[in-house]
Design a protein around this ligand. Structure first.
Ligand SMILES: [Zn+2]
Length: 408
């Protein structure tokens, strides 16, 4: 038994069906959605789209729960903390799943970053144990994203990944982590220029695991070779690269111009200039997805914090997370995915429905996850929010029909 057995999603036979009245964030139609147990039983439209509410009117909006393919922590819960016992890690995974789901991200790939082989083994083991212990945790964690350690060791592309643990791909090592995770590693970010990377990508591909190009100093030919080997995605394109690049060709243009590659982007208003997001949107079209890449300080109040890797960091009210003694340097991302959706729509003038799509239907399609949206029979993973000029105000999250937030 775990301390988390109280979750009743899917078995609450006593519960009455729940009716939700809200505007569909995709169509603008006013809907009545009936949730029965873990699924949507019925969806009725109360009027046509001519009655659309104005943005920012304070009306309640509804959308499917979001899907984040890259998140390291939330609300103080850090998946990648070092020097932690396995049992504590398991508790962290349970808490993290709840904190992330409570922010409107009802499914995610917790992201394991570069560390010693032993620490990566511990983290993926903790995720497996937590998922086996508890159905809620298992329902939120759709897979694991392994970001590293097979990355570029050069300063710049390496980002904040510790140099001492960066190395060439090693299938035998990866196979041990994969087994310990209960086959939950579904996405691997690596630098294709490393020795053995192309064979590694082919093997990932053969196992149905997404190979994603990231934290790389690869040249155009190496990017092309990675795609030929089966790489399907670019991880947080535009970040994890040299600050100065040849104007063309370079590894960002090569990935941007490669139609076979999906791309994820951190649309937090700090990691990418709005013009870059606009170009990504135009170039990648249906293959652009949003990720939060949030660190554990996301979801906490603005202030100064001490982290075990970065020392003193400052979280500003704008959600910019920067080094306290070098404010020009970012110390990670600190927005929830729902906040990134708002920023994407605000910074690029793209429709809200499209920004939501980038954080729900599209990552589901890329990762091969079930996604039925707001349809009868679909799993009742829903978010309810109000819109204002300053952002979204999350009102409720349903995970398999169970409300997660206390009613205000
Ligand atoms: Zn990264």
């Amino acid at each position: 038994m775990s301390a988390y057995d109280g979750y009743g999603g899917g078995t609450s036979a006593m519960a009455e069906p729940v009716r939700i009245h809200a505007r569909d964030a995709f169509s603008g139609l006013r809907l009545t959605i009936t949730i029965d147990g873990p699924a949507i039983r019925d969806v009725r439209s109360a009027e046509d789209a001519a009655g659309r509410a104005e943005e920012g009117s304070g009306e309640l909006w509804v959308a499917p729960g979001l899907i984040d393919l890259q998140i390291n922590g939330f609300q103080g819960h850090d998946l990648n903390a070092s020097g932690v016992k396995l049992e504590e890690r398991v508790v962290t995974v349970h808490r993290l799943a709840r904190a992330i789901a409570g922010s409107g991200t009802t499914r995610c790939y917790p992201t394991v970053i570069t560390a010693s082989s032993r620490q990566i083994m511990d983290i993926v083991t903790a995720v497996r144990i937590a998922c086996e212990q508890d159905r809620f945790t298992d329902s939120v964690i759709a897979g694991i994203h392994l970001e590293g350690p097979y990355l570029s060791e050069q300063d710049g592309p390496r980002g904040a990944h510790p140099k001492r643990w960066i190395r060439d791909p090693d299938w035998a090592e990866f196979a041990r982590w994969r087994e310990a995770s209960g086959d939950r590693i579904r996405l691997v970010t690596l630098a294709p220029e490393r020795d053995g990377a192309l064979l590694f990508i082919r093997r990932l591909c053969g196992e149905g695991i997404i190979a994603s190009i990231g934290h790389t100093a690869a040249g155009p030919e190496e990017i092309e070779a990675a795609v030929k080997a089966g790489a399907r995605m670019s991880t947080h394109l535009g970040n994890g690269a040299h600050p100065l690049l040849p104007r063309h060709p370079n590894c960002i243009w090569s990935q941007l111009g490669e139609d076979r590659l999906w791309a994820s982007a951190i649309a937090d208003g700090h990691h990418l200039h709005p013009s870059v997001l606009k170009v990504f949107r135009a170039a990648k079209r249906e293959k652009l997805v949003l990720v939060s890449d949030a660190v554990h300080l996301a979801g906490l109040a603005p202030g100064t914090y001490t982290t075990h890797v970065g020392g003193k960091v400052e979280l500003l009210p704008s959600r910019r997370l920067q080094m306290a003694d070098q404010p020009a340097l970012l110390a990670g991302a600190a927005l929830s995915l729902l906040e990134c959706v708002h920023e994407m729509a605000r910074l690029t003038d793209c429709p809200l429905a499209e920004a939501l799509d980038m954080a729900s239907a599209r990552p589901a399609k890329l990762a091969g996850l079930a996604f039925d949206g707001l349809k009868p029979g679909a799993e009742a993973d829903l978010i309810l929010f109000r819109r204002g000029s300053a952002g979204f105000s999350l009102q409720q999250v349903y995970k398999r029909g169970v409300p997660l937030l206390a009613k205000t």
